[in-house]
Each structure stands twice: as C-alpha cells, then as structure tokens.
Design a binder for this molecule. Structure first.
Ligand code: 5AD
Ligand code: SF4
Length: 439
C-alpha cells in the first residue's frame, strides 16, 4: 500500500509487560513523526513491528509463529519492513537473522528511542542489528499513547537484581534512573493534556535513584514531588522488589492521598529455601512483616503479587509454604506462573520439577488466587470508592472505569464523561467487574 504520507502504514504487536507496552507507545510515536500512519490490519501494513518478550518460553515461541507468517508475506511483498524489537531481539540478536533472514531490523529494548535512526539505515538497504549496551537518553520522543486518561511514565530502566530464574537483567541491562526534573516535566505535560492517572514504570521501580540539582531522589521523594502536579489525580508504580520498600515509601502509602491503595509486590514463593535459591534477598517472614507495615500505613491497601510454581527442586512441602503465605496475606490480585527454564540463567542449571507436578501446582495456585480475587471483589460491595471513568460501556447509558483498587467498575448514569473521577457506591460484584451507583 502506498500512502499520501509517502511512508505507508505500520502495525505493532506487543508481547510481555508494561515496560514493553510503554516502549511500543514511544515507538509508535516515532513512526508517526516519521510519516507512518497506523494500519487497519496487520496483513495490510507496510511495516510490521513485534515488540517481544522472553520471560517464559511460551512468550518467546509465540513470536516465532507470528514471524513465520510475516516472513512468508515478505516473499511476495519485498517492500514490507519487518522489525523485531524488545527482549527476544536482545537475547537472540544476530541469530534471529539467521533464523528469519527476511528480517530488516532486530533491536533490543534499550534502542526503542532510536527507532528512526535505525530505520534510516534499513532504508539504505542494510539489515540492522542493534543490541549493544546503550545509554538511554532522556525521552525526547513523544509517545503515541493508547489512552488519554491513564498513562505510563518510565522512571528507571534495567535491573540490577540477580533473581536466578530471570532473563530481565541480561536483556534490559543495568539500572538507569531518569532525572527527577525530566520526569516532573513529562508529568506536567501529561496533566496539561488531561491525563488523570499515571503509573511510574520500572523493572524494579522502587530502586529508583535519581540525581537532581538538589541531591538524591528515591522513589518516595519522587512520588511526593509528583503528587504536587495539578490535574493529576492518581499515582501508582510498578513493579517493586520487597527488599527496596524503604520506610519513606511505606509512609508515603499512608500520607499521600494521590497514591492509589493498590500495590503490586511480587514475592514469588513462600519458602525460605526457595527464596534463597531464587536469590531474592529476603525471607517469607520479612515479606509478611513488610505487608503488616504497609497495611498499618494504609489499611485498605489491595495487594497483588507474582508467584512461580515448581521452581527447580521445589518440594511439595515448599510449594505448600507458598499456599500458606498466600492464605496469610490474602491478595486482591495475583499473577501465577509455572517455572520456565531460561537459557543462561543460574536456575536453568538445576534439575526441573516434573512437568505434570508443575501443572498440578500451577492449577492449585490458580484456584487459591482466583478465590481470593473473587472474595476481594465481593468485599467491595456496599463500599464507597473513587472511580476514574474511561469509556462508555456495552449497554446504553453505561460507563466503565477503574476503582481506586483497580477493579473494573460499571455505572449506568447520565452526565459522566471520560476522565471524570467520581465517588460511587458498589452495588454488586460480577465475574470480572463491579457494578456501582454514583454518589
Ligand atoms: N519462569 C516463570 N516465571 C517467571 N517470571 C520471571 N521469570 C520467570 C521464569 N523463568 C515471573 C516472575 C516475575 C514475573 C514478571 O514473571 O513471577 O515477577
Ligand atoms: Fe518480557 Fe521481561 Fe522483557 Fe518485560 S522485561 S518484555 S516481562 S522479558
């Protein structure tokens, strides 16, 4: 397809976490500033970009099947530009080109802001691989954001932790914190455009360490500063490491009104031996004490977490310690995974738990977490909460938004507009959402 803009149309498919989604929004912004426009369908696009994830094997395999389809298309349409970005690109680099010779560009996550420069090289007829360590400069790129109400702002890139199961540190590189002034400027810009809720993003966001004109900034200080931005109503952050929850950050949950009562705090396992082998740097008891302190600071805090079932050599008793921890904490939301061995990680050297046992543990984990999730949702019935409305619902007169605790909420009422933050009373709990009346 040829376009009036002269550059044609683009299609981006994003796999993986919010970091990838945020990177995709910035890359879409770059493509549009270059004169590309969004395609109506993947198979019509002149440029196809897969922003990939390698955290678990199934995420990675999905990309290869998508790529096969596009490679075939390219054989009949040589003008098609094929790009693989993100974590598989970083991990596989050159070897991706050998596997899929039709590719034009393979680029790691640290190169997302350089998409225009890399595409210029492609336009000169080169096949480009950009996976070298790169200093991520201040974001001068304007993201093409999917929402105009809720947005993401990267505050720290990379990860210095060494969890033994995880590929992230090797694909996303060392921690690089953005400057506090630059973050505040971006937030003020978003507030001026009408954004109401901002999620501060980082692989390990509470390791944020910004150096400003007046000294050092941790995440708590940054949150306090950002809470002063007029027009922004809600702040949250993800993902955090339990060990980096310092006193000031815990206190901020109690005294910052704009900080949402929702916290994603992955614990992975409830067994000290497994936590140690995961190199998490804390015990189950440390985590439980931390949760108590957080709940003292903010009693209505809704907690969410990540769990891995069947880490190498995990025994049934150790797995049950995870179930016990979950029962003790009572999570409002959970993400459960079966351990997936990742090449190059220390855990990949250890003997795996049998597949059927892993499946069974994952299933039991899911049953427990789903029941807690339901209970947390049902527990909201009768309560008064804030809802940030985002869009009309499926039924006539219905509006959909997110509660302070991130539950989806439906309200049928007159006079609601996208971006309104209103108080509601929850009247019922459905499978995946709450119904409520405006107050
Ligand atoms: N296998 C299974 N789950 C994993 N995660 C990270 N690496 C692996 C792996 N190798 C999970 C962790 C992490 C979440 C983003 O993905 O729970 O918190
Ligand atoms: Fe996937 Fe991790 Fe990369 Fe996010 S950082 S896209 S979870 S591999």
């Amino acid at each position: 397809m040829t376009a009036e803009s002269g550059r044609g149309s683009y299609w981006i498919t994003t796999f993986g976490c919010q970091m990838n989604k945020a990177d995709s929004e910035r890359m879409a912004g770059i493509l549009e500033s270059m004169g590309y426009r969004e395609a109506q369908a993947e198979l019509e696009a002149d440029l196809v970009l897969y922003n990939t994830c390698t955290i678990r094997d199934n995420a990675e395999q999905k990309v290869y099947s998508y790529l096969g389809r596009q490679a075939q298309r390219k054989r009949t349409n040589p003008n098609l530009t094929l790009v693989v970005a993100g974590c598989v690109a970083q991990q596989e680099g050159e070897s991706l080109l050998r596997r899929v010779p039709e590719l034009d560009l393979v680029m790691g996550p640290q190169h997302a802001n350089r998409l225009d420069v890399l595409l210029a090289q492609v336009e000169q007829g080169q096949q480009v691989v950009a996976t070298e360590e790169h200093h991520i400069l201040e974001d001068i790129t304007t993201a093409r954001r999917d929402s105009s109400i809720c947005g993401w702002v990267n505050v720290i890139y990379g990860c210095n932790e060494r969890c033994t199961y995880c590929v992230v540190p090797s694909v996303r590189g060392k921690e690089q914190s953005r400057l506090p002034e630059a973050i505040k400027l971006e937030m003020e810009g978003l507030a001026a455009q009408g954004f109401k809720e901002i999620t501060l993003l980082g692989q390990n966001v509470n390791a944020y360490h910004g150096v400003g004109f007046d000294g050092d900034w941790g995440l708590a200080r940054l949150l306090r500063e950002l809470a002063k931005v007029d027009g922004l109503e809600r702040l949250r952050y993800t993902t955090s490491h339990p060990r980096d929850m310092d006193d000031d950050l815990i206190a901020a949950h109690g005294d910052l009104d704009k900080l949402m009562p929702y916290l994603h705090l992955p614990v992975q396992s409830g067994s000290d031996r497994i936590l140690k082998r995961m190199n998490r740097g804390h015990t189950a008891e440390d985590y439980l004490r931390l949760i108590e302190r957080l709940r003292d600071a903010r009693p209505d805090l809704l907690l969410s977490s990540d769990f891995i079932a069947a880490f190498p050599e995990e025994t049934e008793a150790e797995f049950e310690e995870t179930l016990d921890l979950i029962r003790t904490v009572n999570f409002g939301m959970a993400y459960t995974f079966k351990y997936s061995s990742r090449p190059g990680t220390p855990a990949a050297e250890r003997p795996d738990v049998a597949d059927e046992i892993g499946d069974d543990r994952l299933r039991r984990l899911q049953i427990l977490c789903t029941s807690q999730q339901r209970a947390a949702q049902e527990n909201m019935v009768g309560k008064e909460v804030g809802v940030l409305f985002e869009k009309p619902g499926r039924q006539p007169g219905q509006f959909v938004g997110k509660s302070d605790h991130l539950h989806a909420v439906h309200v049928t009422a007159e006079g609601i507009a996208p971006g309104d933050l209103r108080r509601v009373r929850v009247t019922a709990s459905g499978t995946n959402s709450l119904a409520a009346d405006l107050l």
